[in-house]
Design a protein around this ligand. Structure first.
Ligand SMILES: Nc1ncnc2c1ncn2[C@@H]1O[C@H](COP(=O)(O)OP(=O)(O)OP(=O)(O)O)[C@@H](O)[C@H]1O
Ligand SMILES: [Mg+2]
Length: 323
């Protein structure tokens, strides 16, 4: 490992002795909240998943690499780190919930607002509307999300134009998803921070759960084949669809969905996202990927770099008219 690479890429924090604060009940994977002994901060711990084919997946490096991409794009995002717990590699995501706030997941927010056509999807129950049986994820659409987020403030760490709405920043989440090929933005993977004191504003929570990005679950041979064939990589990127949002199959691409969200933004925010995309410089991240990220093979790192480049070009074409 190159000594110049940053700590987020090289260091795996051993959290075997960190006390468990509680088990997270949301999410499909077994995740626990750990308390950092030195700072008392809460970090969500996830182990990498090893499916029955025995090929360990890369949710851990996908989390930390996506965090860096989000910072470059100026999209508010949970801080993440690589870790190891009882010998098993994993990732940590620092709680985005400030003291005095509760996290209300998107599904809860949409349901409470009685937005048109929304039916909540749960782990055991696929949402279906009998009046629109061909429609997937009914009501989890940009118009409804705009309705519930336009009076919500941006996350505390957002440094864009004053006056942006929560939805304006949510559009940035969708740009990030398209950049890193994250197809998992379901309604538990975005949330509103609700202060317990009612004189404080509600805010969109910074983005979290990016473990499903950058081809984290591809086999090594699959990555190699796609890298050999530029058209193959393009085709793979185009298969990144916004299938967690309302659609009558086929779902739109992540890029087209992000572009549609930017069109719903306030003019100031739309201009800001145009500017972020135009000036986005991923050279530092490419450099780190080239020198090595713990747990990430050279092929996986090259693949991630190429995916970022292809998707940035596609986003610029769709949102900035190729500029
Ligand atoms: N950084 C964070 N701060 C606060 N809450 C978080 C954070 N990360 C995750 N959560 C909460 O924990 C839940 C589970 O975490 P996460 O979504 O990362 O796990 P998962 O099992 O990969 O989920 P999924 O079912 O989407 O694959 C989230 O739905 C959210 O409620
Ligand atoms: Mg999740």
């Amino acid at each position: 490992m190159d000594p110049r690479t940053p700590r987020w890429a090289t260091e795996r924090i051993d959290v075997s002795r960190w006390p468990v604060r509680h088990v997270e009940t949301t999410g499909t994977n077994q995740v626990v909240w750990l308390k950092a002994p030195d700072t008392g901060q809460l970090w969500l711990h996830k182990s990498v998943h090893v499916p029955s084919n025995g090929v360990a997946q890369g949710e851990d490096w996908a989390e930390v690499v996506t965090t860096q991409a989000s910072m470059a794009l100026r999209v508010p995002c949970a801080e993440t780190r690589l870790c190891i717990r009882n010998g098993v590699p994993g990732s940590l995501s620092r709680s985005v919930v400030p003291a005095g706030c509760d996290l209300n997941e998107g599904g809860v927010v949409l349901e409470a607002a009685c937005v048109p056509g929304y039916i909540r999807q749960t782990d055991n129950n696929k949402a279906r509307d009998p009046r629109r049986p061909h429609v997937r994820r009914p009501g989890h659409n940009l118009s409804n999300i705009n309705q519930v987020l336009r009076d919500v403030h941006p996350p505390p760490s957002f440094d864009g134009p004053v006056g942006c709405t929560g939805f304006d920043v949510f559009a940035g989440f969708l740009i990030l998803d398209a950049l890193v090929a994250n197809r998992d933005r379901h309604e538990q993977n975005w949330a509103v921070l609700r202060p317990r004191l009612t004189d404080q504003p509600e805010r969109l929570a910074p983005s979290y759960d990016h473990g499903g990005s950058l081809g984290y679950n591809l086999r090594e041979e699959g990555r190699e084949t796609l890298l050999r064939e530029p058209a193959g990589l393009e085709a793979w990127a185009a298969k990144g669809t916004a299938h967690r949002f309302e659609h009558a199959p086929p779902a739109p691409t992540l890029v087209d969905h992000a572009a549609a969200a930017v069109r719903l933004c306030t003019p100031e925010a739309a201009q800001w996202w145009h500017a972020q995309l135009a000036s986005l410089d991923l050279s530092e991240l490419h450099g780190v990927l080239a020198t090595g990220v713990s747990g990430m093979s050279e092929t996986a790192a090259t693949f991630a770099s190429r995916v970022l480049d292809v998707n940035l070009r596609r986003l610029r074409d769709a949102i900035n008219g190729g500029a």
